[in-house]
Design a protein around this ligand. Structure first.
Ligand SMILES: [Zn+2]
Length: 242
């Protein structure tokens, strides 16, 4: 279904000129299909200083020890998460369209911009990306897994990056959107497991990857699965934090 949507989009482009997903102005011919230079510039980035665990930006320069309200109580099973964008404004709208409005093709442009972010690039280089899986029912109804799509795109853009679908979601969970941190952790706690017959290589570094990091509960749950299977170096990443 995802491929069909992409093909539809391609045919529509012939009839209706494409607009930038951010500025809504007509696109000129360029490398990206759905993001103009002005649109890219308007995407809210995460710059240093940022939390060294979950990647949330520390706005402004704070003296002394910083504590991050986003991961203070999480004690994540991943070492470090890095995200290039803040999940607000145009980034939030694009991610919503990717996930809920059958626009997976928008992920390709967002990934292309993300892959130019130096800290994100360094974080992923040489790693095995493990996309957060969807439950089979959700994957069937959506027609694609946005995390898989963005991971696969990243392997073309980041040196030494590969993707491995090691984890499955065997229990459907209620949407995390309205849950607080404690309930999110409980909600996803036992929802993931290693796929039968697959294993990890303890000498490799794995990066669990998702579209958005909110509390980190989902990435934490997947990182726990990899660690329980014997992975020693487990990090996390998402396109956006917030
Ligand atoms: Zn943090």
């Amino acid at each position: 279904m995802g491929l069909l949507d992409d093909l539809d989009r391609g045919l529509l482009d012939l009839v209706f000129p494409r607009d930038c997903a951010v500025t809504q102005l007509p696109m000129d011919d360029g490398e990206l299909l759905h993001l103009s230079p002005a649109g890219c510039a308007a995407l809210p980035r995460i710059l240093d200083p940022r939390c060294l665990t979950c990647g949330h930006p520390f706005d402004g320069w704070l003296e002394g020890e910083r504590s991050c309200p986003h991961c203070m109580e999480l004690h994540p099973a991943f070492n470090r998460a890095v995200c290039p964008f803040q999940a607000k404004g145009p980034v939030r709208r694009i991610l919503h369209r990717i996930k809920y409005e059958r626009a997976p093709y928008l992920a390709d442009d967002l990934v292309a911009v993300a892959a130019q972010d130096e800290p994100f690039r360094r974080h992923l280089a040489g790693s095995i990306l493990v996309p957060v899986p969807l439950h089979a029912d959700k994957a069937w109804s959506r027609g694609y897994n946005q995390s898989e799509r963005l991971a696969e795109r990243l392997t073309h853009l980041i040196p030494g990056c590969t993707v491995s679908l090691l984890i499955e979601k065997h229990k459907p969970t209620e949407s995390q959107t309205r849950l607080d941190r404690t309930r999110r952790l409980r909600n996803v706690g036992k929802a993931f497991r290693m796929k039968a017959g697959l294993s990890v290589d303890p000498d490799q570094r794995y990066v669990v990857i998702d579209d958005v990091l909110t509390t980190g509960a989902t990435l934490h749950a997947c990182a726990q699965v990899l660690r329980a299977a014997g992975a020693t170096a487990v990090d996390a990443a998402a396109l956006a934090h917030g």
